[in-house]
Structures are given as structure tokens and as C-alpha cells.
Design a protein around this ligand. Structure first.
Ligand SMILES: [Zn+2]
Length: 309
């Protein structure tokens, strides 16, 4: 027995016995002479956490960087949100195929075998969303996040939301979302640019292979895996900032600019995570919750549509 992260009875039994023994001693000590209460007794749950942590570390250490990043995505709040979403509106419904594909990806199962049928290259678990077959979903996944954020902004009092506003000082460059008039709610005027990137892309691989700021060897494997993904997402956000024309960056009328960067699996860049924390304080709970559900489902649908069996 055991598997899917569930401990086998052989692993659990000694901890269950020790926890039961501690608990019995605690009850019997006041009434039976010779029985001593155990100080700092640990529950079975606490004892088993150590084994879970060891198993998690061993699993991550056995995976290549891209699969480690995918595990980080799957463990992130947005990446795991779809598992608990109640489809109370049509937009939140997932087809059977979509759920099946999502579970395949979650269990690190590549859909295309040893080599890709399109480009003939050797594949890995995220090849499907970086190869030519997945390119049609780029707009879909971008617009899904953009629409969810814009809808939540429109629910703010006095907010004016513009989609694809022209950049100040530029004739042919556009932001994704402009928010004006909601400063009283706690969200200042801002121009946003939404980007959804794959952690299996060529530039992501470059980030993994040229890790400029490694964590110490003593860091937990889960932290190191997250660090790989963070480096790539941070670099994408910085590239967006660097890509703003000087005329716009120096314009006094220009609003503060904020890149919003997600990985396809739902991991947020650190600046994006901070922005969502601010928005959470200013938005009604159900508005914020709906926005997050919409983002999680649209990202999952876009990933599933790129997946080939
Ligand atoms: Zn390919």
C-alpha cells in the first residue's frame, strides 16, 4: 500500500503506536501509579509530517528543473485552485477532457511521448505548451487573465477601466489595462501589462541553467524549485519594464506601470503576488474570489487546449 503521496501502513504504524502510547499515558498517569505522563507528546499527524517532508524532498531532488518548477506551479494557490472550484457559472465549468488533462499534467505525464510529432525534438513534460502546437493558445491565456482582472476592477466604486489604452507619448504602443478613479478604495491609478509565460520555454531553461543567485545547499528542495521559477518570472517582469519606451517612462502624465506575470500553471511573479495582495484588501471578497477562480480556470483551459495526446 502507499502511493499518490499517501503513506503505507508500514510507515504509519510505528508513529500511530507512539502517538497512541503518548495519549494513553496522558490519560492514565493521574489515575494509575507507575504511569508517567509524556512531556511534549506529539500527535500522529505531527509525527507523520516529518515523513511527508522527507518524501517531498526526495521526490523533488529526483526531478529535473522543469519538473520541479511544474510541481511548484501545481502547489501554488492559483495552480491548485481548480481542484476546489464549484462550477456555479458556465465560465467555471471544466469538461471531462480538461480535468483528465489537468490531472495528467499534475502527475508530470507528458502527452506526446519521447519525441514531438510536430517538431520531432525530444520532449519533456512542458514541451506541449512551448512547441508550435501550443502557440494558438497564447492569446487565449493572455486574454483570460486580462478579462478577469478588468471585470474585478469594474466592480470597484468609481473605477474607470480601459482595455488596450495607448501608452502616453506613443502612437503605436498599448498597455493591456488602465485603471483610473479608484484611489479611494486603496488601488491607485495604474497601467497594467499582462503576461502569461511557460516555465518550459527556452528563456525559462536559460534562467534555470544560468542561475545567478543560487540558494544555499541547505535550502529545502521545495524552496530551490520555487526559486528557479521565480527567477524566470522576475526576469519576464523586468523585461516588460525595460520595454516601455523612454518617452512613456519620462512622461509626467504617465501612470505608474505594473507588469502582471503568471506562469501558465498559475505561479505568480513576486511583484504580481504583492499587487494581488493589495487588490484583495480593496475588493469585496466575492469579487476577488471570482477573479481568482476565473484566472485559474482560464489558465487551465488554455493549458489543456495546447495538450496533445
Ligand atoms: Zn514539438
Amino acid at each position: 500500500m502507499g502511493g499518490l503521496g499517501i503513506l503505507s501502513y508500514q510507515e504509519c504504524a510505528p508513529h500511530a503506536y507512539a502517538a497512541a502510547s503518548d495519549s494513553a499515558s496522558e490519560v492514565l498517569a493521574p489515575i494509575l501509579p507507575g504511569v508517567e505522563a509524556v512531556r511534549d507528546s506529539k500527535s500522529q499527524h505531527d509525527r507523520c509530517q516529518e515523513i511527508f517532508a522527507e518524501r517531498h524532498a526526495a521526490l523533488l531532488n529526483s526531478l529535473p528543473p522543469i519538473e520541479q518548477a511544474l510541481v511548484s506551479e501545481a502547489a501554488s494557490p492559483v495552480g491548485r485552485m481548480w481542484l476546489g472550484i464549484i462550477p456555479y457559472s458556465p465560465a467555471l465549468k471544466l469538461s471531462n477532457a480538461c480535468v483528465s488533462i489537468a490531472l495528467q499534467i499534475r502527475t508530470l505525464t507528458s502527452g506526446v511521448g519521447e519525441s514531438c510529432r510536430t517538431c520531432r525534438r525530444r520532449t519533456d513534460v512542458l514541451h506541449f505548451e512551448c512547441c508550435g502546437t501550443g502557440r494558438g493558445t497564447l492569446t487565449y491565456r493572455h486574454n483570460g487573465v486580462q478579462d478577469a482582472i478588468a471585470a474585478a476592477f469594474r466592480a470597484l466604486p468609481n473605477a474607470q477601466v480601459q482595455i488596450s489604452p495607448r501608452m502616453y507619448g506613443s502612437f503605436n504602443r498599448f498597455h493591456d489595462i488602465r485603471l483610473i478613479g479608484s484611489a479611494r478604495t486603496g488601488i491607485a491609478n495604474v497601467d497594467l501589462d499582462v503576461t502569461v509565460v511557460s516555465l518550459g520555454s527556452t528563456s525559462a531553461r536559460y534562467s534555470y541553467e544560468h542561475l545567478v543567485d543560487p540558494l544555499p545547499d541547505t535550502a529545502a528542495p521545495a524552496d530551490i524549485a520555487r526559486h528557479f521559477a521565480d527567477l524566470h518570472l522576475d526576469s519576464m517582469a523586468q523585461a516588460k519594464r525595460d520595454n516601455i519606451p523612454l518617452a512613456t517612462a519620462n512622461a509626467t502624465a504617465a501612470l505608474p506601470f505594473r507588469p502582471i506575470v503568471f506562469s501558465v500553471g498559475g505561479l505568480m511573479e513576486r511583484g504580481t503576488e504583492a499587487a494581488f495582495k493589495e487588490w484583495k484588501k480593496a475588493m469585496k471578497p466575492w469579487v476577488y474570489s471570482k477573479m481568482m477562480c476565473d484566472i485559474a480556470v482560464s489558465l487551465l483551459k488554455s493549458r489543456a487546449s495546447a495538450f496533445s495526446l
